[in-house]
Design a protein. Structure first.
Length: 271
């Protein structure tokens, strides 16, 4: 596991975007061999998406031969609903880059058979040979995607009931009215995420400090689904300084020291 510690949210977002852009470029994707990218929604990845758009506008990276799979979608919201994750992705990222519409994959929360929709999604991921890089955020309780505490660490894409805490947190997108927030969602599973060749998780702010501690220093446990990343061969956690408040001093110093010999995010553009 790598833990990248940046000064603030903007710096961690820039690091993530530039790493992703370099991974796409190094892969040299083609129509017949696309780069497969897993993506999240929510407020955390917004600055990363803005930086990727900037890199696209500077012609540093293209998404023409990139296939995407989003993490989740609310049950009961159609793709035109302003709080659906379809709407979010097109409004904040896809509409501003050269990705092909047919290469975008997002779960259908309006499907007549939700279980079959989840099965279809897993099969489509497999048809591409799996996901090359999965970008994600993390909840204050350590959940990744909508894999709430005590989700199976071997879970695949499925229908998931949302906890009251998650509904309250997400109510900020629904006029702060928890009655408007869907109580269920379709989500990729923990194993769906950890089966990706590389997993990047963005962790910012003091409210995520306990989650970062659990992901890095705690035991692997269903209590904190983010802890499953400890078993991944290429997991990269990108945190800002305030998210490190619960780490041991020795742990913090170790990751700061070990990254001193690695390229900084600005240098990544010059590879």
């Amino acid at each position: 596991m790598r833990v990248i510690i940046e000064k603030d949210y903007n710096d961690l977002s820039a690091w993530a975007a530039r790493y992703i852009a370099n991974q796409i470029n190094d892969f040299k994707p083609t129509k017949d061999k696309p780069f497969v990218l897993g993506l999240p929604t929510g407020s955390t990845p917004l600055a990363t998406y803005r930086e990727l758009i900037r890199l696209y506008n500077e012609k540093y990276v293209s998404f023409e031969n990139v296939v995407t799979f989003n993490m989740d979608e609310y049950v009961g919201l159609d793709e035109n609903h302003p709080q659906s994750y379809h709407y979010f992705m097109w409004s904040n990222f896809f509409s501003f880059v050269d990705i092909k519409k047919e290469n975008v994959n997002i779960l259908n929360g309006m499907a007549s058979d939700l279980d079959q929709e989840c099965k279809r999604y897993e099969e489509k991921i497999k048809s591409y040979g799996g996901i090359d890089l999965f970008l994600g955020g993390i909840g204050v309780d350590g959940h990744i995607a909508f894999n709430e505490p005590f989700s199976s660490l071997t879970s695949k894409t499925r229908v998931k009931s949302l906890t009251k805490d998650t509904i309250i947190v997400n109510s900020r997108f629904f006029d702060n009215d928890i009655s408007k927030v869907p109580s269920t969602a379709l989500t990729v599973g923990v194993e769906t995420i950890t089966s990706a060749k590389t997993v990047i998780v963005l962790i910012n702010g003091h409210t995520k400090a306990r989650a970062l501690h659990a992901a890095v220093e705690g035991p692997v446990s269903q209590t904190w689904t983010c802890s499953a990343l400890q078993l991944h061969k290429c997991a990269i956690l990108i945190a800002d300084e305030t998210a490190c408040d619960e780490l041991k001093v020795s742990t913090y110093r170790y990751f700061k020291d070990i990254e001193n010999s690695n390229l900084d995010p600005d240098t990544l553009l010059k590879k």
